[in-house]
Design a protein around this ligand. Sequence first.
Ligand code: HEM
Length: 501
Amino acid sequence: MVDYRLASVGLLLFVYLLISSLRNGSTRKLDHIPTAGYTLPLLSYFSSIRYLLDVRKVISESMAKWPASLFKVPSVLEWIVVATQPTHIEEICKAPENVLSGMIAIEDSLQTRYTLGPHIAENPYHIPVIRTQLTRSLPLLVPEVHAELIEAFEENIPRTTEWIKLKALDSVLKVVSRASNRVFVGVPLCKNPEWNELSIQFTIDVVQTANILRFLPSFMRSSINKLISKVEIRTEKALLMLRSTIAQRRRERQEKGNDDTGRQADLLSWLMDAAKGHETEDWYLTSRMLTVQFSAIHTSSTAFTQALYYLATYPEYTGPLREEVEEVTFREGWTKAALDQMPRVDSFIKESQRLKPLLINAMERVAVQDYRFSDGTTVPVGTKLTVNLNSHTSELFFENPTTFDGFRFVQLKERRLSSGNTEKRFDMVTTGVDSLAFGHGKHACPGRYFAASELKLMLSYVVMNYDVRTVKQGVRPEDLYVVDMRVPNPTAELLFRRRKE
Ligand code: HEM
């Protein structure tokens, strides 16, 4: 018993010293940058606990103290330099990958090398495939996603004559997974509940494993990953389900070549076209597909659930949204062209993402060499940087910035057009220093064009088919905060019924 206690104390001390040395080693090099909280080794841990528990408060206090400068915050493992000002944000976005690296930052926060594998960390060839083929093919894909959504909604949110209560996030995750998989792997796998459940769980496994591995010294990570990670088992299970689809796509490629006409157009086919060497093997294709699911399913589901919470809280938006969808789909059908003519739907989702982005701090970068900002502040090599999304609620950019105004961007667009400016500044997919939900600059989300189409289809479908309310009339479910992530309340229920008029 005594030995056990001594061992525990020893272990705690070891972890403490390890973390201290990891973090405090870099403090002196960042002395010139203002600090949120204490910098002294032991006291700084009180500050890091405070940061862990309430990121938003620490950031807003620091912004009030140092409104124009970068400052550093103590996460448990390291100091992070936070940018809150448009000039700093623009400079971070413009810095080349060999100066401020997004890939190294992701590798560190998701422990990609261990959780997803070195092949993903070293060769993210899926990114250009998403950016080009997937985006270009949206006119072909939108009618298919719409067809899948009809079935997915019918199954997960039945259209009843009386009000029914459902956990919104749970239902949305199932709908998004199925609709996204229609485009990722096609029919019939997208309809398989086991595949969809695996797509949803995979993200949770990766994040949980990464959060443990980050606390360990690098020499232990590989072996501990093997012990605790469920990713390998899930990949094997996924492989069993995906194998016959891969074989079928191979046959189609042999018969039709790389031309999309006459063969299934889906992400799996495009990944197979782009893959080289071992990446063409079934296991690697499966792992790649799960990596895309990781980026796509939870991000889109949380974004849609936030919009749904707003719709349920402010049902007065339903009428004008319905009017727009009815008018446009009557003329165009359920097509990409129709989605491009829905400014109200687009604005409603963008406004929801403005106030409720998934990340409080996004766009992490690691300095690969010393970097000097234009205001003279330098960050040494190895520094982690992040961008805070306070601009979304800044009076610099928005009138009544903390108020939800579903059609805010319709008005902003109209004002801009009436002054002769046709630049697409206020579309959901357009990023900027005041619109960072998808990031901004060269690492901005490559899947955002697909995500925007999918979310617009979903909101249009909901307003055309359901009435939605909060359980307590007009009271929006409270978000949960997990360090610097904002999650729509996962246990909150909404009321749904078949549209009455
Ligand atoms: C509403 C849904 C989504 C949101 C809010 C979102 C948000 C983001 C953000 C904030 C980033 C990081 C940007 C940066 O570091 O500068 C990102 C990157 C990424 N996203 Fe999305 N995303 C969404 C949907 C999707 C979808 C549907 C896909 C795939 C089809 C996708 C694929 C990716 C990939 C591959 C990256 C990494 C890009 C890179 O490192 O260059 N995302 N996303």
